[in-house]
Design a protein around this ligand. Sequence first.
Ligand code: AMP
Ligand code: ZN
Length: 114
Amino acid sequence: MPECLFCRIVSGGVPASRVLESPRTLSFRDISPQAPTHVLVIPKDHHPDLAALAAADGSLLTELVSQAAEVARAEGISGTGYRVVFNTGADAGQAVPHVHAHVLGGRGLGWPPG
Ligand code: AMP
Ligand code: ZN
């Protein structure tokens, strides 16, 4: 099976605008930003979605969420607020089957989402 897109970003085969890195996670800018700050946080290991990651490695999920908060701090939006989203499955529009947290902020995001 060919490596997935986000695994190729981790290995450097596909370029990305990297924001932060921790031992087991990588954060990079979304190629199609939906807000002034739109960063994706992924585990370097391949897990298909949130449920799979939670079942396989809870400490890695904790590291992922901590990095999402760290990205918000680094982007200067932790004071104004931000949203962390895990799209999971077809109805949520998950397009890349490698779990990723979207960190969105820098403007009023509204609620509920469309
Ligand atoms: P999702 O719909 O939750 O699976 O989100 C996938 C996200 O990956 C989308 O917001 C895309 O814009 C983003 N994306 C796709 N390809 C790339 C890429 N090469 N570099 C950065 N972000 C990407
Ligand atoms: Zn992958």
